[in-house]
Design a protein around this ligand. Structure first.
Ligand SMILES: Nc1ncnc2c1ncn2[C@@H]1O[C@H](COP(=O)(O)OP(=O)(O)O)[C@@H](O)[C@H]1O
Ligand SMILES: [Mg+2]
Length: 312
């Protein structure tokens, strides 16, 4: 029995020693880790002092491509992710089609797109996509696409209600767009700001306040947005105009213009220009474009407009 007790004692002593050894090796490891970390920090700090850029250098923004044929080469890299881009043009110039084309391409690359229509009903937009062979339903089923129709009057009414509460001044920061709760988009298309502005008829200053809030909200959420704006006189023509909503140009990060083009012999064409894109080098050129039944929106970056063209 005494022998048995002695064995147990010996075994316990061995276990205790092993445990102590483990502890020291562990703590030496962690001290080693800490030292290593400290050395790295010191090296980083020396680098910062030697080269202050290291301290302030931000991650380069991700650039996104529209996938629209011939269009992306107008950018050095692409549209900075999270930008708010206005797409303006005259009636029937192809603004909706450009955005539906872009929507299809974004969904193809796995991005989630919310198409907010204040004009045509959702089923009509899906039909337009189908006409070009862009399977909108497939993307809806995959959870990548949501096309929803909204009523611009609902927006102006809710702004009006907030104005009354705040004694006719919009003091409270509101969420200016009600995005569907169950859908977190990477890209949002708003078709169109012009429809929203018409619901604010005669209240240009309220629309401007609303737009400021909308752009601030889009910036905060970091969603890339394409906002359609119908204009009767495109910006490029240089004519002064004070159409409703013209104040939004300086709020946006980018402006893309689609022109209706008229030629002296009476035939018409289309043209496209990237007028502005914050944080990106762009080709400053008005280039011909077309809508092709089998390809969608096509831009010809290497072609020039025919002689005698008039931008309308
Ligand atoms: N299936 C189609 N095939 C060829 N062109 C089309 C097709 N559908 C629409 N279009 C062209 O697109 C134009 C309308 O574009 P749309 O994007 O609705 O204009 P906007 O939104 O600028 O008012 C039409 O005038 C027509 O020329
Ligand atoms: Mg349209």
């Amino acid at each position: 029995m005494a022998l048995f007790k002695k064995r147990i004692k010996e075994e316990n002593e061995v276990k205790h020693k092993q445990h102590e050894n483990k502890k020291t090796s562990k703590s030496s490891l962690s001290t080693g880790g800490k030292n290593k970390h400290n050395v790295q920090n010191i090296q980083k700090n020396i680098e910062k002092v030697k080269n202050p850029d290291v301290a302030t250098k931000k991650k380069a923004p991700v650039k996104i491509l529209t996938g629209i044929k011939g269009f992306d080469v107008l950018f050095k890299e692409g549209i900075p992710d999270g930008s708010s881009v206005i797409l303006e043009g005259g009636p029937g110039s192809g603004k909706t089609l450009f955005c539906l084309n872009l929507t299809h391409n974004m969904c193809l690359s796995g991005k989630k797109v919310l198409y907010m229509s204040f004009e045509e009903p959702a089923h009509r937009l899906m039909e337009h996509m189908d006409d070009f062979g862009w399977d909108a339903e497939k993307f809806v089923d995959k959870g990548l696409l949501k096309i929803q129709r909204f009523n611009a009057l609902d927006i102006s009414r809710s702004v009006e209600a907030l104005l009354s509460e705040a004694k006719k001044e919009l003091l409270i920061e509101v969420q200016p767009m009600i995005f569907p709760k169950d859908f977190k988009p990477d890209v949002v298309v708003i078709d169109s700001l012009t429809s929203i502005s018409s619901a604010f008829s005669g209240e240009e200053s309220r629309f401007r306040i609303y737009m400021e809030q909308l752009f601030r909200y889009l910036e905060k959420t970091n969603i890339t947005s394409f906002l359609i704006r119908e204009v009767s006189i495109p910006t490029h023509t240089g004519q002064t105009y004070s159409e409703p909503g013209s104040a939004v140009s300086f709020l946006s990060d980018g402006i893309i213009v689609i022109y209706n083009v008229a030629y002296p012999d009476g035939h018409r064409g289309m043209a496209v220009e990237v007028l502005k894109m914050r944080g990106e080098e762009i080709t400053k050129k008005i280039v011909p474009a077309n809508i092709m039944a089998d390809e969608g929106f096509v831009v010809y970056p290497d072609k020039v407009l025919e002689k005698g063209f008039i931008l309308t």
